[in-house]
Design a protein around this ligand. Sequence first.
Ligand code: SF4
Length: 170
Amino acid sequence: MWLLLKQIARAGIPAEAAPGANDAWRTQREQLHTDILRTLGRALCIRAVDAGSCNGCELEIHALSNPYYNIEGLGIKFVASPRHADMLLVTGPVTKNMEAALLQTYDATPHPKLVVAIGECACSGGIFGENYATCGRVANVIPVDVTVAGCPPAPVDILRGILTAVSTRA
Ligand code: SF4
């Protein structure tokens, strides 16, 4: 016990310094907020669908939910049901096993719905392409409004994709 306490006292509290203020980011955030309110008049509810990804893209989507990006402050939230969603964020190449589920999720999402394909696999099929096990890109299965390239894309790129999709309906 004492050894552990001594070790803790010796190591201190290693932590990263807080990131500095970013005016460009603040401007983008305000633009996004305005577009969302103008288009929807309320919060933007997103249903994330993993159609067969390696989970790399999911980690970046999870990172988007951390306080640094403050998406809840922008009125953006993730929901558990497509029936409550305005937008689908779809990752991965669409595996044959997920094809029917993705179509059902799309049908269950009320109009006007937006679809954003996240990551190289969702945009083009990526390294998996089209084969006996996958349908390839998301657009091969459901209509896609915006694609966000990258393997995986950074959270800020995902946010830009969301902004672009919302702007197309603004
Ligand atoms: S784009 Fe990259 S990180 Fe995303 S699902 Fe495909 S391989 Fe994984």
